[in-house]
Write a protein that binds this ligand. Structure first.
Ligand code: NAP
Length: 325
C-alpha cells in the first residue's frame, strides 16, 4: 500500500511517499480502507519530535511508528475475530493505531463510530481529535446556558467545534481569532469576535464565566483579568507553542496546583477519543447543529504540503488528506 513514512524527526521535508506492507490486523482490530485523514498540532508534534517530552512515548532518537496520522475516516475492509460492532463495508470514523496517512490503517472498535452519512470522508476525518477535545472541554468547564464564554483559537481545529458546542449549551460566545477567520467564527455562531491583532481579550474587563484557551499564547495573568472572580479557565492548547522540552504542557500539568492559590478555577484539559463522545458528535452533525470545518484538502502524496499549510495557520478549521483507491 502507499503510505507517508519517515525515518527521523524533523520538518515536513522528512516525509516520503512509499510502498509498504499493510499493517497486520489483530483479533480485536479492524482494517480500514482509509478515505481521509487529518492534520493537526498532534501530527506536527509527532513529526518534529518537539517538544522533546513526546519522544518518551514515540521513540527517543527516531520515531518507532513510521506512519503519521491519528484521525481517520474510511470503510472497514476486514474485521478481526473478536469484532462485534462492525463488519466489512461499514463506513466509520475515529482514531487509528497504525497511522492514517496510508491507504490502509488498523483501529480498535473502541476508537471508532459510524460515519455520519450526510458528510464527506474529509468532513468526518477532521472530527475525532478536535471534536472530542472541544466536547470534553466544554463539559469539563461546565458551560451552562446564559454564561459568557471566551474561546481563543476559535478559528482552528478544536476552536471551530468549541464555538458550536458552547452555543449548543446555550452560552453567549466570544471567539478570539485573526481577522481572516472572523467571518467563519461568526458563521459558526459566535456572538462576538475579538481580533487579537488589534484588541486584547481583557478589553471588557472581567467579563467571562468560562475561558477556553486553545491558542495557548496568552499569559495566565491576562486570561485571569478577562475572567469573572468565580470563572473557570480551561487550558487546552500550547503543546508546541513554547519550550523545547515540555512545550506548553507544563501549564496544563501545573493547573490543579496553581488553582489552589486563585479564586478562579484553573483546569488543564487532556482529551481522550472515546465512542460515547464520537456518538454525541455524530448526533449533532446529523441534526445539523454541528458542521465540521475542512479548511483545505490535499491528496495523500502532498502530505508534506498539508503540514506546511497547517504550520502557517492560513487554513481555518482543520486540513484533511484525501486518499483515492
Ligand atoms: N489538551 C489536549 O488534550 C489537546 C487536544 C487537542 C489539541 N490540543 C492543543 O490545542 C491547541 C489547539 O489545537 P487545534 O487543533 O485547534 O490547533 P489549530 O487548528 O492550529 O488552531 C490554533 C488556532 O490558534 C489561532 N491563534 C494563534 N494565535 C492566537 C492568539 N494569540 N489568539 C487567538 N488565536 C490564536 C490560530 O489561527 P489564527 O491565528 O489565524 O486565528 C489557529 O486557528 C494546540 O496547542 C493543540 O496542541 C490539546
Amino acid at each position: 500500500m502507499k503510505a507517508i513514512t519517515r525515518s527521523s524527526y524533523g520538518s515536513a521535508d522528512v516525509l516520503e511517499l512509499r510502498d509498504v506492507d499493510p499493517p497486520p490486523v489483530a483479533d480485536d482490530e479492524v482494517l480500514i480502507e482509509v478515505r481521509a485523514a487529518a492534520v493537526d498540532p498532534g501530527v506536527w508534534i509527532m513529526m518534529t519530535g518537539r517538544p522533546w517530552a513526546v519522544r518518551l512515548a514515540s521513540g527517543p532518537r527516531r520515531p518507532r511508528v513510521p506512519i503519521l496520522g491519528l484521525d481517520v475516516a474510511g470503510v472497514i475492509s476486514r474485521a478481526g475475530a473478536r469484532i462485534t460492532r462492525f463488519r466489512p463495508g461499514d463506513e466509520v470514523y475515529g482514531t487509528c493505531r497504525s497511522g492514517s496517512f496510508a491507504e490502509f490503517a488498523t483501529a480498535r472498535e473502541k476508537q471508532l463510530a459510524r460515519k455520519p452519512p450526510g458528510i464527506s470522508f474529509a468532513g468526518a476525518a477532521v472530527v475525532p481529535v478536535s471534536g472530542v477535545t472541544a466536547l470534553q472541554t466544554v463539559r469539563q468547564a461546565g458551560v451552562q446556558s446564559g454564561q459568557r464564554v471566551l474561546i481563543t483559537g476559535a478559528g482552528g481545529g478544536v476552536g471551530s467545534f468549541a464555538v458550536q458546542l458552547a452555543k449548543i449549551a446555550g452560552a453567549s460566545v466570544t471567539g478570539v481569532c485573526s481577522p481572516a477567520k472572523a467571518e467563519l467564527v461568526r458563521s459558526l455562531g459566535a456572538d462576538q469576535v475579538i481580533d487579537y491583532t488589534s484588541e486584547e481579550i481583557d478589553r471588557d474587563g472581567p467579563a467571562y464565566d468560562v475561558i477556553v484557551d486553545l491558542a495557548g499564547s496568552r499569559p495566565l495573568p491576562l486570561l485571569r483579568r478577562a475572567a469573572k472572580p468565580r470563572a473557570v479557565i480551561a487550558l487546552v492548547g500550547g503543546g508546541h507553542a513554547e519550550g523545547r522540552v515540555m512545550g506548553g504542557f507544563h501549564r496544563l500539568m501545573a493547573a490543579p496546583l496553581i488553582s489552589l492559590f486563585m479564586p478562579q478555577k484553573l483546569k488543564g484539559v487532556t482529551s481522550f477519543v472515546r465512542v460515547p463522545e464520537l456518538e454525541t458528535l455524530t448526533a449533532h452533525i446529523e441534526s445539523g447543529a454541528v458542521t465540521p470545518v475542512v479548511g483545505a484538502t490535499y491528496p495523500l502524496a502532498e502530505a508534506a504540503e498539508a503540514l506546511r499549510d497547517h504550520a502557517t495557520s492560513r487554513s481555518a478549521g482543520k486540513i484533511a488528506l484525501e486518499i483515492r483507491h
